[in-house]
Design a binder for this molecule. Structure first.
Ligand code: GRF
Length: 207
């Protein structure tokens, strides 16, 4: 299978993007990150892309409606012949247009075991605050294909972390972030090797 072209959408620090860049550089992913797009001008992830000579763009959300914004993303992805879009801490909801055009070609990483602590308004430290408050004994991270339901698409990989009684939301966030970096790279690598098969709501991993 030829190397796939990957676009990564970010909104923040970009540690998941960095994990993916590192995995590609170590030869663990049969793909190339060709494009990074952020809806946040200050996203440190843009600097990470620049440092790795990856084309990176800030697209100002104030200038467009959601639909127009996603048409801009589609335009940029077409220009770079993108095969896979990865949402790595990307906080905007995608419009129907891009979901249709890239059906089962958009992967998201979420910092909980979906469906727990997931969906509209569940992002960042809030996810971990809710998990700690609830008193769960395990949490973790999930990669999934993106569909119209926020955090609702077919699950690809999940990995757990233990939640101890004294854990704060910040400590849990730190533990989960390490797992995110691991499973996101694994997920993208499996995708680039054509080993993921979506059957209804489920994903079969053909190792
Ligand atoms: C991560 O926790 C990710 O799961 C969530 O937003 C955070 C982004 O972190 N969607 P980073 O920007 O990749 O460091």
């Amino acid at each position: 299978m030829g190397r796939l072209n990957i676009a990564v959408l970010i909104s923040g620090s970009g540690t998941n993007l960095q994990a993916l860049i590192d995995a590609v550089n170590r030869g663990k992913v049969n793909g190339s990150i060709r494009l990074v797009i952020s809806n946040n001008k200050e996203a440190f992830g843009l600097k990470r892309a620049e440092k790795n000579s990856i084309k990176n763009l800030y697209i100002d959300p104030q200038k467009y409606t959601t639909e127009e914004y996603d048409l801009e993303i589609i335009k940029e992805c077409k220009a770079e012949e993108i095969d896979l879009i990865v949402l790595a801490g990307y906080l905007k909801i995608l419009s129907k247009e891009i979901l249709l055009k890239y059906k089962n070609k958009i992967i998201n990483i979420h910092p909980s075991l979906i469906p727990s602590f997931a969906g509209k308004n569940y992002y960042g430290i809030k996810v971990h605050k809710k998990a700690v408050e609830y008193g769960v004994k395990v949490s973790g991270a999930t990669t999934h294909f993106v569909d119209e339901e926020p955090d609702g698409g077919p699950i690809i990989i999940q990995e757990t972390v233990d939640v101890n009684f004294e854990d704060t939301a910040e400590l849990l966030q730190k533990k989960v972030l390490e797992v995110e970096h691991k499973i996101l790279s694994e997920t993208v690598s499996l995708y680039c090797d054509g080993k993921l098969e979506v059957i209804g709501r489920k994903v079969k991993i053909n190792k």
